[in-house]
Design a binder for this molecule. Structure first.
Ligand code: PLP
Length: 545
């Protein structure tokens, strides 16, 4: 047997380069077999088959097989890796900000993988590069940027979008750091409810985590403007430069929305007052909140989609902040969060495309690429190769949903969230911590029988004399969570999660809380009620053993 026999077999494992309908059927059939096998793992439960712990020790001992395998065998092996996965679209999954992807977005990923466009350059991606430009244009208009002057690229996650924002700000504040490094003392501001990627980004950019100034938040989880002003002022007075102010619009744990309008006004006032020769860059981390822009021009009074009054109020409350997104110099957007696309589909938009020149390389640095063509984002992107999967998935969903579809899906999950809060508030044993919040995450605590849930929240959060009570109820909620979780794994109730530190009390202790994150369009009223009844049941178990 020569290598040629094996080569023939290997060739059959590729889609054929020249039309071959019989082989196409084989390809489609292979995918169908995979889907069938995944389907066979489904039960009524919110996960695929049993949850089995991974043997990571054994995994480290794996080595490359000697011989070849068939497409069929490999498929069956791959499907095994999905065993135990949470079904994020399941109505009984309310775990985190992880959406189920739509069919068109999955087809987008498949197509972009099938022909492997590299959107660093149109020479390698042709019209797939156009998809990136179209999505950037649609999103720009949605958030209120002028698509004539704005620009955007997909990158490696929400973290990547923040990296772009801070990097552009760094170059503005301290020109030439790309060449010379960062000799000067620079600072970046973010709220304490902002995402930890800010810390990562300043670390990796060489600004240093010591120079990330974390501003406290109000009880609504919004950046405290007075503190921000004080801190920016004193940094400037000390002669430091401001690389960026990160405003978070939709914090991860609690959908806090920073007051971007006033953050921008503050930036303008202080720039003038200190006569800065640069304008501190404002990056909006709106990876979660951006989608609410579809309600910016929804006619609340008419309410043609028929949302309930509480829902309408929540949508209007979110738009009060989201409508100002265009005041930011750059914005981070995750389609793999509130856009129902699979990972990774993240877009960073810059208000003024000229900003991107600050990070553009000289052609001489890249002699093998970008000699011609109409679209060469690879001249400035951090990445070299970039997949077409993110843009095609995002484009697919924009086309699928349109503005109306996005309103319906977001409106529905907000409606279900409001309903959950209503039910939780209707119980004496549970209290909602973020009741005035506008998002689809509900943070709540359960208390043992006999505790006055009307006054306890305030006492524990503000009065140090209640420290022991707070800590013991932290543990209480951990126990409630354990029970609810194990029940959910057994197919009873709903998968929710727990946060070890929703906020800190005024005296510095972490507040542990239960968390429901509704992101599946399949969640309905019964599922919401089921959360409440399961928590009450857990309370009975924990209280009485
Ligand atoms: C999820 C999240 C990020 C990080 O985004 P990735 O896509 O996971 O890299 C950043 N900021 C906020 C507010 C987030 O919720």
């Amino acid at each position: 047997m020569t290598y040629r026999d094996t080569l023939e077999k290997i060739r059959l494992a590729f889609p054929q380069p020249v039309s071959d309908s019989i082989h196409d059927s084989y390809f489609v059939h292979s995918i169908m077999r995979a889907l069938d096998q995944v389907d066979a793992l489904k039960t009524q439960l919110p996960m695929l088959g049993d949850v089995v712990p991974g043997d990571f020790k054994k995994a480290r001992e794996t080595s490359l097989p000697n011989g070849t395998s068939s497409v069929e065998d490999v498929t069956a092996q791959l499907v095994e890796y999905l065993r135990g996965m949470t079904i994020f679209g399941h109505p009984r999954t309310q775990q985190n900000v992880i959406p189920p992807p739509t069919i068109p977005s999955l087809i987008g990923v498949l197509l972009a993988s099938l022909h492997n466009p590299n959107i660093s350059w149109d020479e390698y991606s042709r019209l797939v590069a156009l998809a990136e430009v179209e999505v950037a244009a649609m999103t720009s208009k949605l958030i209120g940027y002028d698509p004539e002057v704005s620009s955007g690229v997909f990158t490696f996650g929400g973290t990547g979008t923040t990296l772009y924002g801070v990097k552009l700000g760094l170059e503005k504040a301290c020109a030439g750091t790309m060449q010379k490094g960062t000799p000067e003392e620079l600072v970046v501001f973010v709220s304490d409810a902002g995402h930890y990627c800010a810390s990562n980004v300043v670390g990796w950019l060489g600004i240093g985590t010591d120079n990330l100034i974390v501003i406290p938040t109000t009880v609504e989880n919004e950046i405290d403007l007075d503190h921000l002003e004080q801190q920016v002022r004193s940094a400037l007075a000390e002669g430091k430069k401001v690389a960026a102010i990160i405003a978070t619009l939709g914090t991860t744990d609690s959908f806090g929305l920073d007051d971007l309008e006033n953050v921008a006004a503050l930036r303008d006032t202080l720039s003038n007052e200190f006569q800065l020769d640069y304008k501190p860059h404002i990056h909006a981390d709106a990876v979660i909140g951006w989608a609410w822009s579809v309600f910016n021009d929804y006619e609340i009074e008419k309410n043609s989609l028929g949302f309930r009054p509480r829902t309408i109020r929540a949508l209007a409350g979110a738009c009060r902040r989201i409508q100002h997104l265009s005041l930011a110099d750059s914005v981070g957007i995750d389609f793999h969060k509130t856009g129902f696309a699979p990972y990774i589909s993240s877009l960073v938009l810059v208000k003024n495309q000229a900003d991107l020149e600050l990070v553009t390389r000289q052609p001489g640095q890249m002699p093998y690429l970008y000699h011609f063509g109409d679209y060469r984002p690879g001249m400035f992107t951090l990445e070299t190769s970039r997949a077409g999967t993110g843009p095609l998935a995002a484009l697919a969903n924009f086309r699928l949903f349109g503005e109306e579809g996005l309103r319906v899906i977001l409106g529905h999950i907000v409606e279900m969230t409001q309903l959950l809060r209503e039910h939780l508030e209707g119980q004496e044993g549970t209290t909602v911590l973020n009741r005035d919040n506008f998002g689809t995450v509900t943070i709540f605590r359960a208390y043992p029988t006999g505790v006055d849930t009307f006054s306890i929240k305030r006492q524990e959060f503000e009065d140090e004399a209640y420290r022991d009570s707070l800590l013991s109820h932290n543990n209480y909620n951990r126990e409630i969570y354990e029970y609810v979780h194990s029940e959910a794994m057994a197919g009873r109730g709903v998968v929710i999660s727990i946060t070890d530190c929703y906020r800190r009390t005024s005296y510095g202790e972490p507040i542990v809380a239960l968390k429901s994150y509704i992101l599946s369009p399949f969640v309905d009223e019964d599922d919401v009620k089921s959360v409440v009844s399961k928590v009450l049941e857990a309370r009975g178990k924990v209280d009485w053993g």
